[in-house]
Every structure is written in C-alpha cells, then in structure tokens.
Design a protein around this ligand. Structure first.
Ligand code: GLN
Length: 259
C-alpha cells in the first residue's frame, strides 16, 4: 500500500515544529510497511496533476499568510474537490485560518481564505500562548478508538495536547463542527471553549508542538482515513508507542498543573 502526502507551503508555513506532523505520519506508516511519498507544494506550483491522500498545512506569520493566501485561491477548487471526495487534511493555526472564509489582521488587512471551513478569524490584542488541552468531539471519539490499535496500552483518552500561539480569534459558522472542547488554554477564540474545526476529513486546529508525535491516536486516525479512501476498510498493525504516550501524558500533566 502507498500513500501520497502533500505538504502545503512548507517553506512559508511551518512554525513550532509543524513539520513533525508529516514526519510522524510517514514514520507510523513505514513502520507498518505502508509506503509514503511526500511532495512539497508551494507558491506557483499547481495541485491539479496530483491525487493526494493527505494534505498538511502548517502555521505561519501574518506576512507569510498574505503571500500564501493569494496563491491558495488558485488551489481552492482542487482542495475543495479533494476534501469532498474524502481526502484527509490537517491544518494548524495560520494554515487553518487560510482555509476559512477570511482572516482580518490586527491592522485591518483582510486576507481572503478559501472557505473550506465555515469560519472566520479576526486578529486581536490578546496573544493566546500556552499549552492547549482539548477533549475531542464525541462524534470523532468512537471513530478514533476504532482506528487506533493498541499493543498492551489501552487507549485511555482521546484528548489532544499541543501548544498554541496566536492572536487571531476564530469564530465558527453553522456548517462546521468544532474539533473539540477546550479543557485548558484558549482554543478558537478564548471565548466559547471550542477548539478547531472539522469538515468531512479536513481538520483545523491551533495545536502546534508538533501535534501528531505526542498524539499517536490522532496520527493513526488520520492514517486510517487516508488509507480507507484509496483501499477500503483497513485495520492498522499496532505499534509499540509507549514513548509517544509518555510524551502525551507528561505534556498533559504539565498543562494541568499550570494555573
Ligand atoms: N498569524 C496568526 C495568528 O497570530 C497565525 C499564527 C501561527 O500560525 N502561529 O493568529
């Protein structure tokens, strides 16, 4: 089995170790004998000749978002069609904001997004910078439990842990579900306890850090969804990921103990 990954704008949108997400995705596939091909696609490079299974789009500064926002309009149709046909997408922070309707920066500049997520973001004077602990939305919870195969570790939690650093406040519309509920941290806006967005197999969130290395259940969930689109129902081989779970737990313990 082979999966094709697209890393969107890795030269412009890749903060706080976001690349670790694609590394984790690849490693967890290869450890199971699943071949992975990664393509870096940036400004001026069309998506139209490809059929990717998984798209990754990391975070970036407002300035990079202005450049990327313009180019992304040319990729809008392809991304919409891909996601509507079941492709998997993970976006973090700045990438997540550009997949929404728009991002209005603190200086009043409107950076047009592609509206994949029914949401918008407005720059604020508040910098939301801290660890972010999230309880995953209940619709996804069972799906994640079914996807992640344990060795001797029972999957005791489907929570996600990461690190957020943004001043943009995101507000969700009616046609999108939040990824989860904030336990600790700010999340989308710091106002309504929602974090992230889900539309089909496209996910947006503020979880840098990187997200997937220390959330192995979510990494496997994205792998399963990517494989299923191409190959039908699959069951992943379990991996010994004790170290990943220790990282997950220690990040959560540290976050819970912070006031
Ligand atoms: N510029 C955006 C904000 O501050 C995104 C930052 C990021 O990707 N870390 O809201």
């Amino acid at each position: 089995m082979t999966l094709n990954i697209c890393h969107l704008y890795p030269d412009l949108m890749d903060t706080y170790g976001d690349k670790g997400n694609t590394v984790t995705f690849q490693k967890r596939c290869r450890w199971r004998g699943i071949d992975v091909k990664v393509a870096n696609i940036s400004v001026g490079q069309p998506l139209s000749n490809f059929d990717f299974d998984f798209y990754f789009f990391g975070g970036g500064q407002d300035k990079a978002q202005t450049i990327v926002g313009i180019d992304l309009q040319k990729k809008k149709r392809h991304l919409e069609t891909a996601v509507n046909n079941g492709a998997v997408l993970l976006s973090i922070c700045g990438g997540y904001q550009l997949l929404q309707k728009y991002f209005k920066t603190k200086t009043g500049e409107i950076i047009k997004g592609i509206g994949l997520f029914d949401a918008f973001t407005v720059g604020s004077d508040e910098r939301m910078i801290q660890n972010l602990l999230v309880e995953i939305n209940s619709e996804l919870e069972q799906d994640i439990k079914d996807s992640y195969q344990t060795t001797d570790y029972r999957l005791s939690t489907t929570n996600l842990i990461g690190f957020e650093n943004h001043s943009g406040k995101t507000y969700l519309g009616k046609n999108v579900q939040p990824l989860g509920r904030v336990i600790k941290g700010a999340g989308n806006s710091g106002e309504d306890k929602t974090e992230g967005a889900v539309y089909k197999n496209a996910f947006g969130c503020y979880l840098h850090g990187s997200l997937l290395p220390k959330n192995p259940h979510f990494a496997d969930y994205l792998i399963v969804k990517s494989l299923e689109r191409r190959y039908g129902k699959v069951k992943l081989k379990p991996l010994n990921d004790e170290i990943e779970w220790l990282a997950h737990k220690s990040a959560i313990d540290r976050t819970r103990s912070q006031t």
